[in-house]
Structure formats: C-alpha cells, structure tokens
Design a protein around this ligand. Structure first.
Ligand SMILES: C[S@@+](CC[C@H](N)C(=O)[O-])C[C@H]1O[C@@H](n2cnc3c(N)ncnc32)[C@H](O)[C@@H]1O
Length: 522
C-alpha cells in the first residue's frame, strides 16, 4: 500500500498523530521513568538520574552473578559461565562506585538530595495506575486514556479504585481472589523487575488503594471475562520470549473492548442485554451475531492497513539459520503458546472465536514486524547535563559541577538514553520509503506524538514518502540497510545513481551491480 496526498501542500505542514498501539521496550524501562501511555518522563531530574544508576547497578550485579555460574548464556569456551562478561561488569560497577555511593543513589531516588538547577527542568508528577499494577502515568488524562484503550483488560493489578479516574466499565465485578505478585501489566506496562517505583506519597496525588488490596482474579468488563492470573502467565511468557506479544495483546484487547462497548451502547442500560447478545452471537445466529461482527469490524478499522502477513511468514530469516522451514515453524509454535495463554485470560463468546485464533494473532504480530515504527523521546537528564555544561564560567558553574560531575562520570554514555518504544500508527506505519523522501517523521515534543512534516511542496496525488535509513549513505550502503526491510529501493534517486554507476563502468547492461537481493541481514 502507498499513502497518497489528497491535496497539494507547501513545505513544512505537519500531520501529528498518536499511536494506535505503543509499547516501551521492556529493557529500555531501566533507562528512565516515563508515562506508560505517552512516554513523557515523570518525577524529577534527581529521580531520573537515581533510577538510571540504580538500574545500571542492578543489571551489572546480575551480569556478575551470571558470570559466577548463574547465567544461562554459554561462554565461548562452551560452559555456562561468562567470566569475561562478569569481569567487565565488575569493572564497570567499580567505576560507578568510585563516583557515587549506594547511599547517594538512594538519596536521589527518594528525592532527599536536590541537584543544582534541577528546578529548571520540571516534570509531571507520576500518577500510578488506579489498580496499582506498577504502571505510572504523567497525569489523569493519560491514565484514563490507557485504561480506556486496553489497560482495563490487561492490567494485572488489584481491584480498581473507584476514587481514581472513572471508566472501569459497567459490569466490573470483583470476586475477591488474590492476584499475581507480578505487577507488570499484560500490555507491558508496569515496572521492570529492577525499576524502583516512587512511593505513592512521593508520586503525588494518586488513588489511595493499597497495592495489597483484595484483588479480583476474575471479572467481567462489557461482557468480556478477564482472568488476571492467566494474564500474569501470559506476561511472563511474553517477557521471556518476545515482548511484541504484549503489543499484540494491546491490539487484541483494544479491538475486543471497542466492539464490546459499541454493542453495549447499542443496547443501553442493560447488562443482561449484553449477556443475551453474547449468547446469540456465540451461536452465530440472528441479528445479535451480525451486530457483533459489525462491531468487531468497526473496532478493527484503526489496524486494518497493518493486516498482511503472519509473523512467521513475514520475518526475515537470520543468516545463521540453516533450516528456514523449521525456523518459521518454531515462530508459529511460539505464537500459538502465547495465544493460548492470552485466550485463557480474555474470554468472550461474541468476539473470541474470530479474534483469538492463530492466523489472526499471527497477523497482528506480523503487523509489528512489517509496519512497526520506532519511537524515541529524549531524556531530561541529557538536557540537564547540557544546560550545566553551557553555564557561563564562574563560581556558580564550578559549584554545580562539583556536585554533578561525579554523577555524569558514573552514568557515562547512559546519561543520554531516552525512552524507546515500538508502535503501530495508522498513518505513519503505512508510509513507504524513498531515498529522497518528501517528508520526515519525528517525535520532537516531550511525548510520543509523531509528526510527519513535508520537506518540499507536494502535489496532490503524489505518494508521501519517508526515509527508513540514513539518506546520506552512498547507494550500496543504503541498499544494504534496506535489505533488512526486505526490498530493493528503486526510487528516482536510486535509479539515477545506479544508472550513473553503470555508465561509469562503461556498459548500459549493469551486469555485476549486485544490491540487496537474497542476503537479508538481521
Ligand atoms: C512501514 S511498511 C510501509 C507500508 C507498506 N507498503 C504497507 O503496505 O503496509 C514497510 C514495508 O513496505 C514495503 N516498502 C516500503 N517502501 C518500499 C519501497 N520503496 N519499495 C518497495 N517496498 C517498500 C516493504 O515491504 C517494507 O518492509
């Protein structure tokens, strides 16, 4: 599919959109505390720096322990102990502790240490998810938006707090069983294992339900049965295999929820009507079945352009794989295991049989293979250190540097790592590549809103293009990069450069110019 412009535009007009589904990379959560919904950083500069250092230390300790026999990765010598990695981790830990003490890291995290000039970088206070699953948001608007999008179905926290933002759905019915101690949501929200979450008091005005509140293992929302314990098993599997399953779950949940809401709205005021619809739809008979199908198709609309190939068929086969069929079979079976866990967590006789089947699930995961968009939001920690660096020479700068330089030295390159996520966006994800693109896409604000900006006048009917790669690269290098995306670029620029290369070699046939083609790289 190609995206064409409806009406001509001058340079610079911008289209800004928010993702249909976004997932912060699980590992990236170690680099900063950000809103689960929009990726805006929250808390204070001190908390952000403390979080980075704390996470680094935890990670390095893990690597050290792995090296001492606890790791699963085999070393070059064939054993299960990565001594070299453990040594490197130990050296880096020593380097960190030569600049900051564990007590200082704790002081930053608990906000008992204030850094000079940090008040010039105010951040929104984190608001915890109403069910205390561990997810944090930059405010009630994002908490509500995430909840309404899909988090109400995917949250693994305790019973919803009525005093928090509204919208738990008309038929929520807690049944009092305990919930998993794993606080991560099935949409990838919540802290990573080593993410310190600010205490509610420090987090600002959040809902007051304690994390240990009686939790509902099973409940019903808009006629969809949710088993929160089964969700926890789904999360564990995704975290151990492929985090994209968490993003796929968001698409599944958002679709089922939107369809269920549409049905509920069509039969106002009656929970029983929803249940009756469910029964009729399940039997596939009568107008209720038709209504369920129409509701499902409407709910699917935001994702319809991403719908192409199953994951196991779409994936580029890594170079070191010898048996392609076996490789694709393994991916299929991984997706099947993941779906089985998700289907045990979300049950709905109206939509389940259509949505929770392997080809559909595989295509949703495949959509993120073919149409995913990498998002990045820069960290205020980088801005903070840049501002200190740019202070005029003098005693104020010297005093500030004396306090902050050890932190920068301890963080090293990590100071600049921002929030990184993958997303599906109905518009941006469907824009093809050109090595001379007429638009650029960027996440320039404090959150994950992506803008597509025209770079030159574009006539109506012209295809909108972006570059997936660094366009300053020479022809061969560009084509090599694009081989990862599974195509050979034949844009005007590439055609002209290829023709020029052929002419330089003195023949119009172009024999010997080998680009892209079979050798996909990973
Ligand atoms: C983000 S999607 C773009 C939208 C895509 N055409 C679609 O229909 O969903 C990226 C994929 O589109 C295809 N694609 C993008 N730009 C292309 C180009 N210049 N030539 C050939 N295929 C391209 C490749 O298959 C690539 O992996």
């Amino acid at each position: 599919m190609a995206l064409l412009l409806n009406s001509a535009t001058e340079p610079e007009p911008t289209l800004a959109y928010y993702a249909e589904a976004v997932l912060r990379h699980l590992e990236n959560k170690l680099s900063g505390v950000a809103c689960e919904h929009c990726l805006r950083f929250v808390g204070t500069v001190e908390v952000q720096i403390g979080h980075k250092l704390h996470s680094l230390v935890e990670q390095l300790r893990g690597a050290q322990e792995g090296g001492q026999g606890g790791g699963e990765e085999g070393s070059e010598s064939g054993g299960s102990v990565d001594l070299e990695g453990a040594l490197e981790a130990g050296e880096r830990l020593e380097q960190i502790y030569s600049h900051v003490s564990p007590e200082r890291i704790q002081a930053l995290l608990s906000r008992s240490e204030s850094l000079p000039l940090s008040d010039r970088f105010p951040l929104p206070q984190p608001l915890p998810c109403r069910r205390r699953c561990g997810a944090l948001y930059c405010g009630a608007t994002c908490e509500e938006a995430a909840w309404e999008h899909s988090h109400c179905l995917l949250c693994t926290g305790g019973a919803a707090d009525a005093s928090a933002a509204s919208g738990a759905g008309p038929s929520t019915s807690g049944q009092g069983a305990g919930t998993s101690s794993d606080a991560s949501g099935a949409d990838g929200s919540g802290p990573s294992s080593s993410q310190p979450v600010p205490a509610p008091a420090a987090a600002g005005a959040g809902p007051s339900t304690p994390a240990t509140a009686a939790a509902a293992a099973e409940e019903e929302l808009y006629g969809i049965r949710v088993d929160r314990r089964a969700l926890a098993a789904f999360v564990d599997h995704a975290a151990a295999t492929n985090e994209i399953f968490l993003l796929a779950a968001k698409v599944v949940a958002a679709t089922m929820l939107a369809a269920a809401r549409a049905l509920a709205a069509a039969a106002p005021g009656s929970e029983a009507a929803g249940a009756d619809d469910a029964g009729a739809a399940a039997s596939g008979s009568g107008s209720a079945g038709g209504a369920a199908r129409s509701a499902l198709l409407a709910a699917w609309r935001p994702f319809q352009h991403g719908w192409k190939k199953c994951w196991w068929d779409a994936v580029a086969v890594p170079e070191d794989v010898e048996d392609e069929e076996e490789f694709r079979g393994q991916l299929r079976s991984l997706a099947s295991d993941s779906l089985e866990l998700l289907a045990a967590a979300l049950r709905d006789p109206r939509f389940g049989p259509e949505v929770l089947q392997l080809e559909v699930y595989g295509s949703i995961v495949g959509m993120f293979e073919l149409n995913n968009l990498g998002l990045g939001v820069s960290t205020p920690v980088e801005d903070y250190f840049l501002a200190l660096d740019e202070m005029g020479e003098g005693p104020e700068r010297e005093a500030a540097m004396a306090v902050t330089q050890p932190l920068l030295d301890a963080l090293d390159a990590e100071y600049a790592t921002g929030a990184e996520a993958t997303a599906f966006m109905a518009l941006q994800s469907c824009i093809n590549h050109s090595c001379d693109p007429n638009c650029t896409a960027a996440c320039e604000g404090p959150d994950a809103t992506v803008s597509v900006v025209a770079q030159r006048p574009i006539a109506a009917g012209t295809e909108i293009t972006l570059s997936y790669i660094d366009v300053s690269l020479p022809y061969k290098a560009r084509q090599a990069e694009l081989a990862d995306y599974g195509f050979v670029c034949r844009c005007e620029r590439c055609a002209a450069e290829a023709a020029a290369a052929r002419a330089r070699r003195g023949g119009a046939g172009g024999k010997g110019l080998r680009v892209g083609g079979g050798g996909r790289r990973r």
